[in-house]
Design a protein around this ligand. Structure first.
Ligand SMILES: Nc1ncnc2c1ncn2[C@@H]1O[C@H](COP(=O)(O)OP(=O)(O)OP(=O)(O)O)[C@@H](O)[C@H]1O
Length: 294
């Protein structure tokens, strides 16, 4: 398990990370979500050793991360690093060889990954002749060809079409299934919500929420219910332990101090007429995200 432990970072007098603390668990895909300038790239650079933290440290299974461990991470930096004029396959094999992979093994792996990401026909073409989305796919392959034991990917899905997102997801999932911790950043919560097992939400250089989707939902959900009835539901406003948040004739959304208070609403609604539905409100993760990054 990789642990970013109480990391702070200051550039001059500008603190961009404050006590950032989260884990990336083996075998799971962790989505690192935050708006522009939230601190995702800075955190990833510290994880990779490109930047030093002002405070805190990164550990792997409880010990400080080593250069050897870092060298075995598949890293896709924010500033994409491939050579525009060099053929795609050739440079991916070259980069894998720098990691100590033999030429035949690197070639076989790169060809397999390029095929899976739909670049089978373009392997011999110079990178610059590919569309931006296809260059992005090549970058992903470059991060994976040296059989990394962990992945740290900065915005791997940005600019990919839906099919490429699915193919990339499958490839990343295969790496996670080998027991590797996988971290990828994104500012597209809808994508991350669907793709990852765990989420880390950052805003203004601070972690605002972390854990599984369910953990984050449970921790940030105020119990609320929706009631749809035939008759006007204005009477709900007068009940103790109930706070009405939305109301429109036969519809009311309310928060309840306890499940018993919510039951009372249902009982009274049935006594007053026909109840069409009575359901707990499950906020979408996107709504929670908007709330926690405020
Ligand atoms: N070398 C630097 N010197 C000064 N400030 C920096 C430096 N690098 C990053 N910052 C600042 O740190 C903050 C966090 O930036 P960072 O790139 O980590 O955010 P991000 O979450 O990756 O954003 P984005 O999604 O826009 O890439 C920003 O305010 C940025 O201007």
């Amino acid at each position: 398990m990789i642990h970013v432990e109480h990391v702070s970072k200051t550039f001059g007098t500008h603190q961009v990370l404050g006590n950032v603390d989260f884990t990336i668990k083996p075998g799971l895909m962790t989505g690192f979500v935050g708006g522009n300038g939230a601190g995702k790239t800075t955190t990833m650079r510290i994880l990779l050793g490109v930047l030093d933290p002002s405070e805190g440290r990164v550990t792997v299974d409880g010990s400080p991360i080593t250069p050897a461990y870092r060298a075995g991470i598949g890293y896709m930096p924010e500033e994409r690093g491939l050579y525009p004029k060099m053929p795609v396959l050739e440079q991916i094999v070259y980069l894998a060889r720098l990691h100590g992979v033999s030429k035949p093994a690197a070639t076989a792996k790169a060809e397999e990954l390029l095929e899976r990401l739909g670049l089978g026909e373009r392997m011999k073409d110079p990178l610059e002749s590919l569309s931006l989305g296809n260059q992005q796919r090549a970058q992903i392959v470059a991060a994976l060809t040296h059989n990394p034991h962990a992945l740290v990917l900065d915005e791997p899905f940005s600019g990919l079409d839906p099919m490429a997102v699915e193919n990339t997801l499958e490839v990343l999932r295969d790496v996670a299934d080998t027991g590797a911790p996988v971290l990828f950043s994104s500012h597209q919560l809808d994508v991350v919500e669907r793709l990852c097992d765990e989420l880390v939400i950052i805003a203004d250089g601070e972690i605002r929420a972390a854990g599984s989707r369910q953990d984050i939902r449970d921790a940030n959900t105020v119990p609320a219910w929706d009631l749809h009835a035939d008759a006007d539901t204005g009477w709900v406003r007068g009940l103790t332990g109930i706070e009405v948040t939305e109301f429109d004739g036969g519809f009311v959304r309310f928060r309840a101090d306890s499940p018993q208070a919510a039951d009372t609403v249902l009982r009274q609604a049935i006594e007053r007429g026909t109840v069409h539905s009575f359901t707990p409100v499950r906020p979408h993760l996107t709504e929670i995200f908007q709330e926690v990054i405020r």
